[in-house]
Design a protein around this ligand. Sequence first.
Ligand code: SF4
Ligand code: SF4
Length: 315
Amino acid sequence: MADPTRTSYDEEMEEIDIEAERPSYDDRDIEVQLFDAVRDAAAFPVEPVRLTAEDTFSFRCHKDQPCWNKCCHGADITLTPYCILRLSRRLKVSPSEFLAAYTVPAMHEKADLPIAKIKTGGEDGRGACPFNTPDGCSVYEDRPATCRYYPLGMVSMKMKDMEGKEDFYFLVKESHCCGHQDGKVQNVGEYRTEQALVEYDRVNRGWVDLLMKMASWKVMGGPMGQAPTTQTKKMFFMATTDVETFRRFVFESRFLHTYEIDPEAVELIKTDDEALLLLGQDWLKNILFNEPTILLREQVLHEAIAKARSDMGAA
Ligand code: SF4
Ligand code: SF4
């Protein structure tokens, strides 16, 4: 008999095989390219020079440049989770309203996971960004990460013999951009601070990790040789683009009965959208890659082990 207290979220949860055996990444090289994740890197001329936070480059963008606003036309801009949060707050709409009005759904080609891109104007989609005005960006204080990074890209690497990840940067030089001439010399670290990128990277890093880990497993058909199901991809999109829907999922499904979440954290994610995005990234790392980023409740674990034993015909 159907359980009247079950929600559609419960059914969605059950379709995700949280107990499947999953691979380890410890013995793999991983390269995380933020620029690649947020913009079509192949379409841009990239200087093949690795820059560290201390290296300098020359660049200045201002309204008197003859190229003013050119870069806001035909831009292929993927929105990170934090970009969507900031822009929907800025425009005083819900994330789902923002997604419907200003974005188009797309697949991240390398990872084969769903993402959202800014919907640009023009019949061929190569027109102006909806936030572009003759005076510049109408959402400047909350502009997306890729607009902040430009003309830099960021790569995070973890080689199998390295303890942690290493970040480095590279410069993009497009012929129409005059910002490289007569520029202001600054180092990469100063530029990231000036562009308020530290908070963006803090909230988005887990999402970039997920994309690039999935990309690194794609040649093997996905984690455990299996591509994520359509349902898992839907859950990925929900948890990385729409905090309001993800919050309902967490509090109205059996999520909190399934996972061991610290009571203080439960209180926090009732109102803190950034914390909820981080929890979503931890959850996705666990269900996609078996990372110990979120723990199953002991009772759920025992039930899952008992079910696995029963499925294998054990007594
Ligand atoms: S969000 Fe702003 S800076 Fe970015 S492309 Fe659109 S108008 Fe330009
Ligand atoms: S200088 Fe470069 S970044 Fe600034 S408006 Fe011109 S094309 Fe865009």
